[in-house]
Design a protein around this ligand. Structure first.
Ligand code: C2O
Ligand code: CU
Ligand code: CU
Length: 550
C-alpha cells in the first residue's frame, strides 16, 4: 500500500513567497515523507451513500462587481438519499453532506487543482487510510476513494484539505464544507429541522482591488495566523436570514484559518446552547456568549417566537482580549482586529408562525469516562504547546511523519488522560529568554501564578507574549475534565464564560495561562492519527504531531 518518495516542493500560489512558513525554514524543506498510494474503491464495500467530490478552481461572486477566483469542492451524488448532498451554488463552500449514523459512505475525491491535495473529515472516527493523512495526498488528476462507516453520534462535522504545509492556503482559497450526521437519539427529540435548521459557516477573508482573495503570507501570518478584513458567513457578506417567529436551530462552524469569535446577540439575548463539536449536550446551557475557535462547532436554539415582523437580531462577535499579543494585532494590520466587536450575520422576522416548542430538558446521554477506564490516571500524556520565534512545536518537536516519541505510542482500545498546556508562550523575539522563555520546563510544572497579574489590560507578560491555540485531536471526541487558569484575570474575564466544556469535543481552545485535562479514547483503529493546532498557519508551520495507535 505504501510507496516511498520525497515530496516535491511545488511553487507558491498566492503570490511569490506567500506561503513560506516558519516550519519550512525551521525543519528543512524537501523532507522525505512516506506516501500512501491512492485508495481504490473496493468491491466488498456496499455503500449506502456514494458520492464524488471534485476539488477545482472556480469563480464565485462574493463582493459586488467582479467574481472571485476560488478553489472549491463540487459534488455529485452517485447513490443514496437526495439530502446526502446539498449543493451550495450561492457560495464557494463545498456541498453540505448529510449522513446517518450506521451508514456506509463512499466518497471519491478527485483532484483537479494545480497541486496535490487530500481531504480530512474533521471529527469523524474513521481508519487512518480514510482520515485524509497528508501522506495520502493525491496529485492533480488523481482520485482517492474513501470508504467508511459513520460511527459518530449526531453532530456537525467539517471537511477540509489536510495537505502537508498547504492546509492553510487550500482552505483559504475556499476548500471547506459542512457534514451533518443524524442519529435516532437526536431524531426522537423533534428539534427544528428542514428550513428551520440552518448551518452557518464563518470565515474571514481579505480582498484586493480586483475582488480577488489576498493572503498576507508574510512572517506575521505564519506566526499568528491569517486575519481577514471581511467576515463571510456561508461564503457571503452581510448574510441576513429571513426567519419565521418560531424556534430555529443554528449550527455554527468556525472554518476560519485563525480567527476566534465571541458569539453573542446584539441585544444581549442569552445563547441557548444544545450542542458542540461531538453532538448534543446532555442538557441545554444558557450563556451570555460563546467562544468559537477555528474548527469548533456550536449548536444553538434561537426562539424568534413573540418577535414582531420586521424584528432583527444580529449575531455579533463581541469584545475580548488576551488571546493574541496586542503587538501582533498591530503588526498584522487587519482592519478588523481579533477581539473587536463586529457583526457576523443577522436574522429578520418576516412572517409569523406560532409553534410553541421548547427543547426537551434532557437532550442526550453522554457516556462519561470513569477513573477505572483511564489507562494512565496519574501520568497524563503531555501536549505542550511551544510558540517561539521560528519554531511551532508540540512537545518540543515539529511535525515529522517519521518521528514518533515513546509517549506518542498508544495501545489501541485504551482511554488516555492528556494534559494540554503552554510550554513556552513567549515569542522568543529577543525578550523571549528573559520573559516567558524562562517558563519552559520548570515554570510549567504548576507555578505560573503571578506572572501576568495586575499588569493591566491585556498587557501582562502573558497577554503580551502568548496566544491562544485551538488544539484538535483526530479520532474520537474527548471529554474535558479540567480547565485550570493562572494568568491575566482581567483578560480572562472577557472570555471565561464562553467555553462549553460539558459536551464531547474534538477541538479545544487553550487560552494563554490555561492548562487543560482531557480524556480520550483511542478505539477501533490502529495507525497514525494527528493532533495539532487548528490555527491553520500554526499547523502548517509544524505545530502538529501524530499518535501512533498500535
Ligand atoms: Cu480539521 Cu487535522 O483537522
Ligand atoms: Cu480532524
Ligand atoms: Cu496554535
Amino acid at each position: 500500500m505504501e510507496r516511498f518518495g520525497s515530496l516535491s516542493r511545488r511553487g507558491f500560489l498566492l503570490g511569490a513567497g506567500a506561503i513560506a512558513t516558519i516550519g519550512a525554514s525551521a525543519h528543512g524543506q524537501g523532507h522525505a515523507m512516506r506516501r500512501i498510494a491512492p485508495n481504490r474503491a473496493s468491491d466488498a464495500f456496499d455503500p449506502d451513500v456514494d458520492l464524488e467530490l471534485i476539488c477545482k478552481p472556480a469563480e464565485t461572486p462574493i463582493l459586488t462587481g467582479k467574481p472571485t477566483r476560488v478553489w472549491r469542492y463540487a459534488g455529485n451524488l452517485i447513490k443514496g438519499p437526495a439530502h446526502a448532498l446539498t449543493a451550495t451554488p450561492e457560495s464557494y463552500l463545498g456541498p453540505q453532506l448529510r449522513f446517518s449514523k450506521g451508514q456506509k459512505v463512499r466518497i471519491r475525491l478527485r483532484n483537479e487543482l494545480p497541486e496535490e491535495t487530500i481531504t480530512h473529515w474533521h471529527g469523524l472516527h474513521v481508519p487512518m487510510l480514510m482520515d485524509g493523512h497528508p501522506a495520502a495526498a493525491i496529485d492533480p488528476g488523481e482520485t482517492y476513494v474513501y470508504e467508511f462507516d459513520i460511527r459518530n453520534r449526531a453532530g456537525m462535522y467539517f471537511y477540509h484539505p489536510h495537505t502537508h504545509e498547504k492546509t492553510a492556503t487550500q482552505v483559504y482559497r475556499g476548500l471547506a464544507g459542512a457534514i451533518i450526521v443524524e442519529d435516532e437519539e437526536e431524531r426522537a427529540l423533534g428539534l427544528p429541522s428542514g428550513e428551520f435548521e440552518i448551518p452557518l459557516v464563518i470565515q474571514d477573508r481579505s480582498f484586493d482591488d480586483d475582488n480577488q482573495l489576498a493572503y498576507g503570507g508574510d512572517m506575521h501570518t505564519s506566526m499568528f495566523g491569517f486575519y481577514g478584513d471581511r467576515l463571510l458567513v456561508n461564503g457571503r457578506r452581510n448574510l441576513t436570514l429571513d426567519v419565521a417567529s418560531r424556534p430555529y436551530r443554528l449550527r455554527i462552524l468556525n472554518a476560519s484559518n485563525a480567527r476566534i469569535y465571541k458569539l453573542c446577540w446584539d441585544d444581549r439575548t442569552p445563547l441557548n446552547v444544545i450542542g458542540v463539536d461531538g453532538g448534543l449536550l446532555e442538557k441545554a446551557e444558557t450563556r451570555p456568549y460563546v467562544m468559537l475557535a477555528p474548527a469548533e462547532r456550536v449548536d444553538l436554539i434561537v426562539d424568534f417566537s413573540g418577535r414582531p415582523q420586521g424584528a432583527k437580531l444580529t449575531m455579533m462577535s463581541g469584545e475580548f482580549y488576551g488571546l493574541i499579543p496586542p503587538m501582533a494585532q498591530r503588526m498584522m494590520g487587519s482592519d478588523v482586529p481579533m477581539g473587536e466587536e463586529f457583526p457576523l450575520f443577522a436574522a429578520t422576522v418576516t412572517r409569523s408562525l406560532v409553534e410553541p416548542w421548547k427543547p426537551p430538558e434532557k437532550l442526550s446521554t453522554i457516556r462519561r469516562f470513569r477513573k477505572e477506564d483511564i489507562a494512565n490516571p496519574d501520568n497524563p500524556i503531555p501536549i505542550a504547546i511551544t510558540m517561539a520565534h521560528m519554531a511551532m512545536l508540540l512537545n518540543g518537536r515539529p511535525y515529522d511523519h517519521d518521528d514518533i516519541e515513546p509517549r506518542e505510542r498508544i495501545p489501541v482500545d485504551t482511554t488516555q488522560l492528556i494534559e494540554i498546556f503552554h510550554e513556552r508562550g513567549g515569542m522568543g523575539m529577543g525578550m523571549g529568554m528573559g520573559g516567558m522563555g524562562g517558563m519552559g520546563g520548570g515554570m510549567m510544572r504548576g507555578r505560573m501564578g503571578g506572572m501576568g497579574r495586575g499588569m493591566g489590560r491585556g498587557m501582562g507578560m502573558m497577554g503580551m507574549m502568548s496566544m491562544a491555540h485551538p488544539i484538535h485531536l483526530h479520532g474520537q471526541q474527548f471529554e474535558i475534565i479540567e480547565r485550570g487558569f493562572e494568568g491575566d484575570e482581567d483578560a480572562y474575564a472577557t472570555i471565561r464564560e464562553g467555553f462549553i466544556d460539558s459536551g464531547l469535543k474534538d477541538t479545544v481552545l487553550v487560552a494563554p495561562g490555561e492548562r487543560l485535562r482531557i480524556v480520550k479514547q483511542f478505539g477501533d483503529f490502529k495507525g497514525r492519527f494527528m493532533y495539532h493546532c487548528h490555527n491553520l498557519e500554526h499547523e502548517d508551520a509544524g505545530m502538529m504531531r501524530e499518535f501512533s495507535v498500535e
